[in-house]
Design a protein around this ligand. Structure first.
Ligand code: UDX
Length: 457
């Protein structure tokens, strides 16, 4: 099938590459000429495991171009995967989407064969209906259909989530849903060869193909993200209670997670969720509810808990060190989660700014996100070339992102490197069983894993 993907961000590029893996003929379009040139040279605009290799593997099925009639008019299916950044009131900004749609409709105006427009961007309920009105305005309703086909991929596992999804959701009419079923047939059949076969999650049972109305598909995407964000904020509040009553949130999470009605995923307590989806989508859903006359109180609480949770490490640090002025603090991890260099809504930023505002000297390290962070953080922040350099002579270290190089730190090395071997673990991820000699505190596990250093001093 001939596929055009408009927008080469996470969702766009992953969709494009996955379609190429299924041996569809794929054209990737982006208005950013430099990005297109770089992609053509094999340089990725962001770090995503496996993406570069897959592009190389399927280069014969992929091409990267800037917008043109030629890029869209041959396509059976056109995916829109452009950014929908948040406006200051939390509402999604649809300017890029609508301008891409208008331009596309203009390009395919004279085409005779049918085209299905597929919206992958996360958009307010009713956006596909709005696009439908635009199709009718230009008189293309007999040949052009619009569907909502939300994406549930996680960064760092984008390829895996796309090739092995739990569900493929299509909101649209019979014609478009049948066409998309054909397009995704390779995913349903699951006859993947290595190396993609190796990505198959344990116990994976194949995708469910769900066809619904457009509005339900659009809302489902927000509801899924809001629900997951709610689970995280919930367990974070339980962690804060654990800290006060002397319980261990990892035990509590494991016990409640065994109840199949609750499920064990997304119950990892820490310093809150970040990234390009949860913060934006929770605010957008609250905005959608608000503008439709509904006060979504639970969602407001989820958002509020996440805001305060980011700074919980600072409270713990002050309890241990008192005044932070002049103290050397190392921040381990900048990206919002491991496996990505994405810094959007990363808890590291408010933490670093709070440390600086209290006069602390801040040394940071991240295995992949430092280049991106350099232009975004104040000059007074020191970028260490390694975790070892970051820890050297520090008064405390904060594990902000659970990269394996931090969670596998050897306590003996930490003790010998740091001025005061104090680790505040914002992800409860330090693996060392023996943390003798370390002063260690996590989120909601403190009383269980406090160790000798505190008792000795
Ligand atoms: C998320 C959704 O998982 C995905 O389905 C959607 O399409 C886009 O948003 P992503 O943002 O890539 O994906 O990251 P995810 O792995 O879900 O983590 C989001 C944030 O939640 C991270 O900051 C992570 O550290 C945090 N998190 C996750 C927790 O704090 N605890 C958990 O138990 C799980």
């Amino acid at each position: 099938m001939k596929v055009t993907v408009i927008g080469t961000g996470y969702v766009g590029l992953t969709t494009a590459v996955s379609m190429a893996y299924l041996e569809h003929d794929v054209t990737c379009v982006d208005v950013d000429e430099t990005k297109i040139k770089q992609l053509d040279l094999g340089n990725m605009p962001f770090y995503e495991p496996g993406l570069k290799e897959l592009i190389q593997l399927r280069q014969d099925y992929l091409r990267f171009v800037t917008p043109s009639r030629e890029a869209v008019e041959h396509a059976d299916v056109i995916f829109f995967a452009v950014g929908t950044p948040a406006n200051s009131d939390g509402s999604p900004n649809l300017t890029y989407l609508f301008s891409a749609v208008a331009e596309t409709l203009d390009f395919i105006r004279t085409k005779n064969s049918p085209t299905v427009l597929v919206n992958k961007s996360t958009v307010p309920v009713g956006t596909a209906d709005q696009i439908d009105r635009k199709i009718k305005e230009v008189g293309l309703e007999d040949r052009v259909k619009v569907t909502s086909n939300p994406e549930f991929l996680r960064q760092g596992r984008a390829i895996q989530d796309t090739l092995y999804p739990d569900r493929i959701v299509v909101g649209g009419d019979e014609y478009s849903s049948k066409l998309l079923y054909e397009l995704y047939a390779g995913i349903a059949e699951q006859s993947f060869q290595p190396p993609m076969q190796a990505l198959r999650p344990v116990g994976y049972r194949g995708p469910e193909y769900i066809v619904v109305d457009r509005r339900s598909a659009e809302l489902a995407k927000y509801a899924a993200n809001a629900y997951l964000a709610m689970k995280i904020s919930f367990i974070n509040e339980i962690a804060n209670v654990c800290d006060r009553v002397g319980a261990d949130v990892t035990h509590v999470a494991s016990i409640i997670g065994k109840d199949s009605r609750i499920g064990s995923s997304f119950l990892q307590a820490g310093i809150g969720y970040g990234g390009s989806c949860f913060p934006k989508d929770t605010r957008a859903l609250r905005f959608i509810a608000d503008t439709n006359g509904y006060d979504f109180k639970l969602l407001s609480a989820v958002i509020e808990v996440n805001q305060s949770q980011k700074l919980i490490m600072l409270e713990k640090l002050q309890d241990r060190l008192g005044e932070l002025s002049g103290k050397q603090i190392s921040v381990l991890g900048l990206s919002f989660k491991p496996g990505t260099d994405d810094l959007r809504e990363a808890p590291s930023f408010p933490i670093i700014h709070a440390l600086l505002s209290q006069g602390a000297k801040v040394r940071v390290h991240d295995p992949v996100a430092m280049d991106k962070a350099m232009s975004l953080l104040p000059e007074s922040v020191h970028f260490a070339v390694s975790a070892t350099e970051a820890l050297f002579n520090a008064d405390a270290a904060l594990i902000v992102t659970e990269w394996p190089e931090y969670t596998s730190l050897d306590p003996k090395d930490v003790v010998s490197l740091m001025r005061r071997p104090l680790i505040i673990d914002g992800r409860n991820a330090l693996q060392a069983a023996n943390i003798h000699g370390l002063e260690y505190e996590g989120i909601g596990i403190g009383s269980k894993r406090n160790c000798e250093y505190a008792n000795m001093h």
